[in-house]
Structure formats: structure tokens, C-alpha cells
Design a protein around this ligand. Structure first.
Ligand code: AMP
Ligand code: MG
Length: 329
């Protein structure tokens, strides 16, 4: 394992029963499987397994963490993950399965990892219509986080060859289902109370949504600038505590976030200490990042002191996130 995730032999799986069974098996044991949806090919990982989700970022070489869409086999399964108000329910019933993502508050029974949600209290959910995606999700029986199956900065793939061109040797398998049909991404609508908001136009037209719900959607850029209520759509989880980066020493009243075996002066007497990865594994560190920030915040400390984290591999995304946390007030 290196910083960018281990090199792997990428299996090309056929779109039949054995191919689907193999793809589901790989996902269930924490592997990465690219699969076709009606929009583009997604790079899937078990959304409940933060380590597997961290692998998505490593394979894509994404320099920052944004919330990922979790894919499910049915509306019933989605309802165990998110809370659907009347509008969200009507949208799900009308457009699922299909190219619509609904951002809703997390349900108490939500099993989707903090990393897949980028630490937010909301969750992006979709039930795709592509028969292979649908069959794979039913077989896997877990929410599957899946951004587009390309390296960061490259175009979204619409067939298995595109996927392999970018990710061969970096993922466990690609399920070959031929060319994707829509080729555009899913429409994203946030239903978080108040008027629903269009976060991203996509495969389901705005008109169709507005006609169904009998009201105009608020416009909102992805990530929710200009939110309806402050904080409602914040695209980033902000800790309450002040975050202090590259700490060389820590005070007794501080909470501490460590990485690797680095010794920090004063750490033994600090209020609370968590280590993102004692072995210095950046994929493991990414998997722990959001839950550890929350735990340290919950300790009640006014400051979270963070030790240095290397800027290689996933370290770039981890540092990017920590810098935002340090800046957000
Ligand atoms: P994609 O790159 O197609 O996987 O889409 C990811 C986008 O979905 C993110 O950039 C967000 O705009 C949106 N999204 C997913 N989950 C959430 C969430 N919990 N809160 C807000 N936006 C979300
Ligand atoms: Mg993309």
C-alpha cells in the first residue's frame, strides 16, 4: 500500500450473473468497483466503510473531500438512510429509479460513513435505473458511494474502456455494461426543510420536478452558496472548536489530532488525543478524519491542535479539509 492506494489487478467483469456476483462480493469486502449507471460510470465503494470510501479518493487522486452520492437498490433502502419529507417522498416516488439525487437529513438509522457525507448531517441518495447498477445494488445490499469513475480533472467515463484508461491497476474491477445512455450527471435536489433547492441540473429536467411538486425550485449552486437558512446547505462541516494546524506542542486544555508516530510536546497531558493513523497510513487517516474531528469537538475543548500531516497522496485532501476547518468561523 502506498499513499495513492495499492496497485491492484483490475478485473473486467461481464454483465451476467457471475460478473454481478463477483462485483457485489468485491464491494462487500471493501474493494472498488466501477459500474455503469444511466448517467456515467461510477466508481463504487461500500458507503458504510470509511476505509473503502477513502480508497475512492486515493484512486481518483482527488485533492479534496466533497460529499459523495450514495446509491441504493430501492426507495425502502434509501429511507433507512435519510429522512424524506412530503416533497422528497413525492420526488422519490416519481423519479426513482432514475437520474435524480436527493439530499435529505440523515436518518437515526443511517449507516453511511462520515467520510462519504464529508461530515455533514445530510446525505445524498439516489436509486439508479440502469439495470446492471440496479441489480448490483440489490445484490450488494448496502449503500454504494460512487462519484464518476475517472481520475480527478479528467472527463467522466461513459464506457468500460474509458474507465480502464484512467483507473486500470488502481481499482479492483470494472463491470462492463457497454455505453451509458444519458451521459450527463444526475439532477441534485436538496430537501432539507423549506423550499427544495436545485443544487445541480442534470438528467431529470427542472420543469418536470416543478410540475410534479407544484412549486418553483430555489436555485442554489452546488455546495449551497446563498442558503435558505444559514448553515442549512453548508457544503462543509465546520467544527465548533478553533483548529490550530501544524502544532509543534500542545496545551493541557487542547484536544489533539495526531498522525503517525510524531511526538508532540505536551501531548501526554492534553485533554483528549486521537491519532488518525498510528502507522502513518494516509488512507486510514482519511477514513478517520471526520469522525475524529467530531469526537474532538465534542470533548468541549476550545482548540483542536493538529500535528503535521504529509502533503503526499491523500494527505493533500486531508490538509485541504483541515485548512478549511481552521479558516471557517
Ligand atoms: P458527484 O460528483 O456526481 O458524485 O456528485 C457529488 C455532489 O453531490 C456533491 O458535490 C454535492 O454537490 C452533492 N451532494 C452529495 N451529498 C450531499 C450532501 N450530503 N449535502 C450536500 N450536497 C451533497
Ligand atoms: Mg466527476
Amino acid at each position: 500500500m502506498n499513499d495513492l492506494g495499492s496497485m491492484r489487478q483490475t478485473e473486467r467483469l461481464t454483465s451476467d450473473e457471475p460478473g454481478l456476483a463477483r462485483a457485489a462480493e468485491i464491494l462487500r469486502r471493501g474493494g472498488l468497483v466501477a459500474f455503469p449507471t444511466e448517467t456515467v460510470y461510477g466508481l463504487g465503494a461500500d458507503a458504510t466503510d470509511a476505509q473503502a470510501v477513502a480508497g475512492i479518493y486515493a484512486a481518483k487522486e482527488r485533492p479534496s473531500f466533497n460529499p459523495l452520492i450514495s446509491h441504493l437498490g430501492s426507495f425502502e433502502a434509501a429511507q433507512t438512510q435519510g429522512i424524506f419529507d412530503e416533497t422528497a417522498r413525492r420526488l422519490a416516488e416519481a423519479f426513482w429509479p432514475g437520474p435524480l439525487t436527493l439530499v435529505v437529513p440523515v436518518a437515526p438509522t443511517c449507516t453511511i460513513s462520515d467520510l462519504a457525507r464529508a461530515g455533514l448531517d445530510s446525505v445524498g441518495l439516489r436509486v439508479p435505473a440502469h439495470p446492471l447498477a440496479h441489480a448490483l445494488l440489490q445484490k450488494t445490499g448496502r449503500p454504494v458511494a460512487a462519484p464518476s469513475a475517472n481520475r480527478s480533472g479528467r472527463v467522466s467515463p461513459t464506457d468500460a474502456d474509458h474507465v480502464l484508461g484512467d483507473l486500470d491497476g488502481r481499482i479492483d474491477a470494472v463491470l462492463d455494461g457497454g455505453a451509458s445512455q444519458v451521459g450527463v450527471e444526475s439532477t441534485i435536489v436538496a430537501c432539507l426543510g423549506g423550499t427544495p433547492r436545485l443544487l445541480r441540473p442534470g438528467g431529470v429536467p427542472r420543469d418536470a420536478i416543478e410540475t410534479l411538486i407544484g412549486m418553483k425550485l430555489e436555485s442554489g449552486e452546488e455546495g449551497g452558496k446563498n442558503p435558505l437558512a444559514p448553515g442549512m446547505l453548508a457544503s462543509h462541516y465546520a467544527p465548533r472548536a478553533r483548529v490550530r494546524l501544524n502544532a509543534a506542542s500542545v496545551g493541557a486544555d487542547e484536544a489533539v489530532l495526531l498522525f503517525g508516530a510524531q511526538p508532540l510536546e505536551g501531548v501526554v497531558t492534553a485533554r483528549t488525543t486521537l491519532n488518525l493513523s498510528k502507522n502513518g497510513d494516509l488512507v486510514e487517516a482519511a477514513a478517520h478524519l471526520f469522525s475524529y474531528l467530531r469526537q474532538l469537538d465534542a470533548s468541549g475543548a476550545a482548540t483542536i491542535a493538529v500535528g503535521p500531516i504529509p502533503e503526499t497522496g491523500l494527505g493533500e485532501a486531508i490538509n485541504d479539509r483541515l485548512k478549511r476547518a481552521a479558516a471557517e468561523r
